[in-house]
Design a binder for this molecule. Structure first.
Ligand code: ACO
Length: 431
């Protein structure tokens, strides 16, 4: 394997170092390119740029492989749960019994939202977009816990265990509170029960009657959160790293990640999938018209839940979630016509040359919405659930940035394409 790369520019030759990851991923190190040649590497949207070295998640999009800290996602989905996988992603190893208990205790101790923070909710309209509420309330964790959010890497890392557990636990509680606020329901405080059961309790309990999740519902939400726990350098995770690279504290960086996740091409896709399936259902179409429109090109016509910036194969999470979706619907005795439409769309697209030639397969969002709908979670909360699930990955990535002694602030360059220098025009001379 090459250890260096040669670059010829204007008859001069330059030697660029080559880097190789533990799974054999190769990169040409262009860090000194501009200093040595005057050129920058151009890569719009960073699709072919390694912005960091990371030991958290390995993703091979061509072969549909996803591993956290070396463990295949299929094994984690089968044997682990969200809390344990969160620990693995953040700390690098599966916890032993004592570590798992200590982490679980921290999550439980910091699940509640203090009265002063509860008051923040009243400032929002009842129909405010949930992700806008989530990002701003998570940012306010920094205001309410300034000792954990000093914007000094060294100090913030000393308190990292507490801040991390608080972030995971409270993002979940804030998510449940957003749902209740929008439905005019009072805050239900957390109980001393497992993480996902507690989430369902805070979402669905009545004031005088606790909601106790059926085991299959608890398992479904666990699987859903676990499958979203990290996904390498996606838009929101890179945003967390970018914001964190300025030494911004964990909570502020997470808030930025939530904003990035809110867009329909990223975390909002699960919502868009449900709108798409519902409109196919309402129009009594079998999906043929949607597929034809998707093939005509244009971003607004895309088959939502299909395609992925890095997978050119089945998203391994989509396989697990497609199966989990069928299991939970069967166990709950729900016959959702949207599942049948989704299956038809999938079959039709997988046989269609347009999708085959572009290597467009279902992604994790294609079936996750149907599960959430079966659990009674409204569509406008779907991306919030995604954010709860993704919090361990964001936290682990923030920590890598904060703990890297050689780290530098993220600051890409650009190719300027605007007007060249010109002189200021007085108003009278403007057209
Ligand atoms: N439906 C129809 N055509 C599509 C779709 C789709 N869902 N996705 C991509 N294409 C087409 C593009 O139009 C393009 O066609 P062309 O070569 O004729 O111009 C080709 O496939 C390649 O598309 P890109 O835009 O290069 O794919 P990219 O990797 O940039 O986009 C993305 C990935 C944004 C996920 C895209 O596939 C998409 O919009 N999918 C629907 C939204 C969705 O499900 N997003 C969730 C993804 S998971 C996450 O969180 C990022």
């Amino acid at each position: 394997m090459a250890t260096t790369a040669q670059l010829k520019l204007d008859d001069k030759e330059y030697v660029l170092p080559v880097m190789v990851g533990t799974e054999g991923e190769k990169a040409i190190d262009t860090r000194k390119l501009r200093a040595e040649t005057g050129y920058i590497a151009y890569d719009q949207g960073y699709g072919n740029t390694g912005s960091c070295e990371s030991a958290i998640t390995y993703l091979d999009g061509d072969n549909g492989i996803l591993r956290h800290r070396g463990y295949p996602i299929e094994q984690l989905a089968q044997n682990s749960n969200f809390g344990e996988t969160a620990y693995l992603i953040i700390y690098g190893e599966l916890p032993n019994a004592a570590q798992r208990k200590a982490f679980g205790d921290l999550l439980r101790q910091h699940a509640a939202i203090e009265p002063q923070m509860q008051a923040i909710f009243q400032g929002y309209p009842k129909d405010a977009p949930p992700m806008a509420m989530l990002s701003s309330i998570v940012a306010s964790l920094a205001a309410h816990n300034p000792h954990l959010a000093t914007n000094d890497f060294e100090k913030d890392l000393k308190n990292f265990d507490l801040a991390a557990a608080m972030a995971i636990s409270k993002i979940r509680t804030i998510g449940a509170m957003i749902y209740r606020y929008q439905h005019g329901l009072p805050y239900i405080p957390p109980k001393d029960i497992p993480f996902c059961d507690n989430f369902l309790h805070m979402m669905f309990s009545e004031v005088y009657k606790d909601y106790v999740a059926a085991p299959e519902i608890s398992k479904a939400i666990n699987t859903l959160l676990l499958l979203h726990a990290d996904h390498e350098q996606n838009c929101s995770t890179s945003t967390v790293r970018m914001v964190g690279s300025s030494a911004a504290n964990l909570f502020t960086s997470l808030s930025a990640g939530i904003c990035a996740l809110s867009g329909p091409l990223h975390g909002g896709a699960n919502t868009a999938v449900m709108h798409m399936l519902q409109s196919i259902h309402d129009e009594h179409d079998d999906g043929t018209r949607f597929i034809a429109a998707a093939k005509s090109g244009g971003k607004s016509n895309r088959l939502m839940g299909f395609g992925h910036p890095v997978y050119r194969n089945f998203d391994p999470r989509a396989k697990i979630i497609g199966k989990a979706c069928e299991d939970v619907l069967n166990k709950l005795g729900i016959n959702d016509p949207l599942l049948a439409i989704a299956r038809n769309l999938e079959q039709a697209a997988l046989k269609d040359d347009y999708f085959i030639s572009r290597k467009l397969y279902p992604n994790v969002d294609f079936y996750s919405g149907i599960i959430m709908r079966a659990l009674g979670i409204p569509v406008n909360m779907f991306t919030v659930i995604f954010a709860i699930g993704r919090s361990p990955g964001w936290i682990a990535n923030w920590r890598e940035v904060a703990a890297n002694p050689k780290g530098r602030i993220y600051r890409p360059r650009q190719i300027y394409s605007g007007p060249v220098k010109r002189d200021y025009l007085p108003m009278a001379q403007r057209g």
